[in-house]
Design a protein around this ligand. Structure first.
Ligand code: HXC
Length: 260
C-alpha cells in the first residue's frame, strides 16, 4: 500500500510514522485512519522493529482533530450507519502490542488529542497544545476523549476542557499527567526517537508484557491486576532472556536478547 497522508520511515529498530497533511494541520480523515492502520499492522508484524513514534509534519500541529470538512455534510444517519470512528476504537493503532510513542509537536485537538492518548505515552514539545474543543462544534469527543482524558488527568481537568473547549499547554499537560515529559520543540523528534530506540533495545517479551500490564490497570480491580501482574512476572521467569538478563547483571555486561 502506498500512502497519501502519512510518511513511514525505519530508523534502525524504530518506525517513524508522520501524519502528513500539513496544510490541513494533519486533520484525521478516513484515508489517514486506513493508512495508519496499515502502517501499524506492518510495524507490528516486522520482527526488526521494536518501537514506533507517531508525530505530525510541520511545526504547527500533531493533528488539529478529525477532518471537519469530511464531517460537515454527513447526516446523523450516515454517522450512525457507518459507526463513524468505530475504526479508531477497534483498530491496530490502539491494539498494537509493541510500544509506540506520540511525539506531539503543536496542536493536538479533538481527534488529534485522542489519537495521542492512544499512544503508550506522550512526549510533548514546549509548544504543544491539547484540547477537546468538540463542544464548540456542537458535538462531543468521539474517539475516546471523554474517557482517556478523564483517566489521564482526572475529572476536574477533563470536565473543564470538555465543557469549555479550552486548550491545555505543555506545562499544564505535564503537571496533570497527560504527557510524560516536555522537550524544546527543536529537540522533540530526536528525543522521541532516542527514547524509542532505548525501548526497542529492551528484551522484547518483557517489553510487551510491561505494556500489557500497565494497560491492565485501566481495565480491572486492584486485586485482579496484582494477580495478573504476579502471573506475568512468573511467566517471564521462564524465558531464555530472563536467564541472560540476570546472568549479564551478575557478570557486569550488557544482556543480549533472543526474544524467547
Ligand atoms: C479540517 C482543518 C482542521 C480540522 C484545521 N484545518 N483544523 N481542516 N479539519 N479539524 C484546516 C483549516 O480549515 C485551514 O485550511 C488550515 O487547516 C489551517 O487552519 P487555520 O484555522 O487557518 O489555522 P489557525 O488560524 O492557526 O488555527 C489553528 C487551529 C484551528 C486553532 C488549530 O485550525 C482550529 O480550531 N481547528 C479546528 C480544531 C477542532 O475543532 N478540532 C476538533 C475537530 S472535531 P484552509 O483550507 O481553510 O486554509 C473532532 C472529533 C469530532 O476531532 C467528534 C464528532 C463526533
Amino acid at each position: 500500500m502506498s500512502y497519501e497522508t502519512i510518511l513511514v520511515e525505519q530508523k534502525g529498530a524504530v518506525t517513524l510514522i508522520t501524519l502528513n497533511r500539513p496544510k490541513a494541520l494533519n486533520a484525521l480523515n478516513s484515508t489517514v485512519l486506513a493508512e495508519l492502520t496499515d502502517a501499524f499492522a506492518k510495524f507490528e508484524a516486522d520482527k526488526s522493529q521494536g518501537c514506533a513514534v507517531l508525530t505530525g509534519s510541520g511545526d504547527k500541529a500533531f493533528a488539529a482533530g478529525a477532518d471537519i470538512k469530511e464531517m460537515v455534510e454527513k447526516s446523523g444517519a450516515e454517522f450512525f450507519l457507518e459507526d463513524f470512528f468505530a475504526g479508531w476504537q477497534a483498530d491496530i493503532v490502539r491494539r498494537t502490542r509493541k510500544p509506540w510513542i506520540a511525539a506531539v509537536n503543536g496542536f493536538a485537538l479533538g481527534g488529534g488529542c485522542e489519537l495521542a492518548m492512544m499512544a503508550d505515552f506522550i512526549i510533548a514539545s514546549d509548544t504543544a497544545q491539547f484540547g477537546q474543543p468538540e463542544i464548540k462544534l456542537a458535538v462531543a469527543p468521539g474517539m475516546g476523549g471523554s474517557q482517556r482524558l478523564t483517566r489521564a488527568v482526572g475529572k476536574a481537568k477533563a470536565m473543564d476542557m470538555c465543557l469549555t473547549g479550552r486548550n491545555m499547554g505543555a506545562e499544564e499537560a505535564e503537571r496533570s499527567g497527560l504527557v510524560s515529559r516536555i522537550v524544546p520543540a527543536d529537540q522533540l523528534l530526536d528525543e522521541a526517537l532516542k527514547t524509542a530506540g532505548k525501548i526497542a533495545a529492551m528484551p522484547p517479551l518483557a517489553t510487551m508484557i510491561n505494556k500489557e500490564m500497565v494497560n491492565v490497570a485501566f481495565e480491572t480491580t486492584l486485586d485482579q491486576g496484582l494477580l495478573a501482574e504476579r502471573r506475568m512476572f512468573q511467566i517471564l521467569t521462564s524465558t531464555e532472556d530472563k536467564v541472560e538478563g540476570m546472568t549479564a547483571f551478575v557478570e557486569k555486561r550488557p544482556g543480549v536478547w533472543k526474544g524467547k
